[in-house]
Ligand binder design. Structure first.
Ligand code: ATP
Length: 319
């Protein structure tokens, strides 16, 4: 292993920079050349590649986003696109690549592995929707951002005696809603994994009112539906003024949490170490606080599981 390439792909996630820094520094420490591939698979097939050095990753461990840039590439999905990628890797003398991204990006890495490229995958997405690992890089930073926003909304909600619906990201996965809802003491947490009736929410608002509760915080995962539709239903049934906050892309940014920086640093270093040992086509995972590896092919086929036990606790403590 003489030259390793790094690319970040799909949605950006806080902590990607910590992983990039770790990969670059571990490579240089071990005498390996390291190449940054800009804008994901799109940059790869267009040869948007540069050599990185110790200073290329200075002052980035604390920054959100990705210094390499990220993109989604339809051209890479075609056979011609993938062949082009293999040719570019050969042209630049890259012997192995480390892909930082979500499910789709891992499928891309698996496709390259089938064409003979040495690959490693590091799970990065705020959604935490990759079933093979307990947590993905970026998830806890997003949870922190959402919890902090909910706490601010609680202040104003209580002052006016309002209900508040906070729509959060996660696509088909309810983890951001669940973990931020629990950590900010939300009254209702609505996720795609658990069916609910609007009466579950409105009855709770009404019983809360009866005992003098001034606020009612509803965290709605985007995979359930749109907050504005629910707002009208709640106001009609309860008569309680209900405000909507769609947090949107603010959830993607910000300084990565210490946990995401640690995970990025550990996984980045481990990915390089594995490539040096001649391992390939593997995905890194964190399971029970240990860094583990499993074949990428297997990683992308494992269905995501929902934390039912945390959801049950949320139900019990938000009565
Ligand atoms: P996030 O979960 O944050 O959205 P992701 O990695 O799942 O991240 P995708 O948009 O699904 O994001 O994938 C990123 C890129 O990976 C795609 O634009 C495409 O170039 C490549 N990719 C996705 N699926 C495949 C596939 N089946 N085969 C080859 N490449 C793929």
């Amino acid at each position: 292993m003489k030259t390793i390439g790094i690319l970040t792909s799909g949605g950006d996630a806080p902590g990607m920079n910590a992983a990039i820094r770790s990969i670059v520094r571990t490579c240089i420490y071990n005498g390996i050349r390291v190449m940054g591939i800009r804008f994901g698979y799109d940059g790869l097939i267009h040869g948007n590649i540069y050599e990185m050095n110790v200073s290329s990753v200075a002052d980035i461990i604390q920054r959100g986003g990705t210094i390499l840039g990220t993109a989604r590439s339809d051209e890479f999905m075609t056979d011609r696109g993938k062949q082009k990628a293999v040719g570019i890797l050969e042209d630049f003398g890259i012997d192995g690549i480390i892909v930082l991204g979500g499910d789709g990006s891992f499928r891309g890495a698996e496709a390259l592995a089938e064409l003979g490229v040495n690959t490693m995958g590091i799970p990065c997405t705020i959604d935490n929707d990759m079933g093979y690992t307990d947590y993905t890089i970026g998830f806890f930073t997003a949870v922190e951002t959402v919890s902090s926003a909910i706490s601010k909304l609680r202040d104003t909600s209580s002052s006016h005696g309002r209900a508040n619906i906070i729509e959060v990201m996660g696509r088909e996965c309810g983890d951001i809603a669940l973990y931020s809802g629990v950590s900010s003491g939300a009254e209702s947490i609505l996720v795609p994994e658990v069916p609910f009736r609007i009466e579950d929410v409105t009855n709770k608002i009404e019983s809360g009112r009866k005992r003098g509760k001034l606020h009612h915080l509803i965290v709605l995962a985007e995979g359930v539906g749109r907050a504005h539709e629910m707002q009208g239903q709640i106001e009609k049934i309860t008569g309680v003024e209900t405000k909507v906050t769609v947090l949107g892309h603010v959830q993607r940014g910000g300084h990565p949490s210490s946990y995401d920086r640690l995970l990025g640093t550990e996984m980045g270093s481990k990915a390089v170490e594995l490539l040096i040992q001649g391992k390939t086509s593997m995905a890194l995972a964190t399971r029970n606080n240990q860094i583990e590896i499993i074949p990428i092919k297997e990683a992308v086929s494992i269905k995501n599981t929902f934390n039912q036990s945390l959801y049950r606790i949320a139900q019990e403590v938000s009565i």
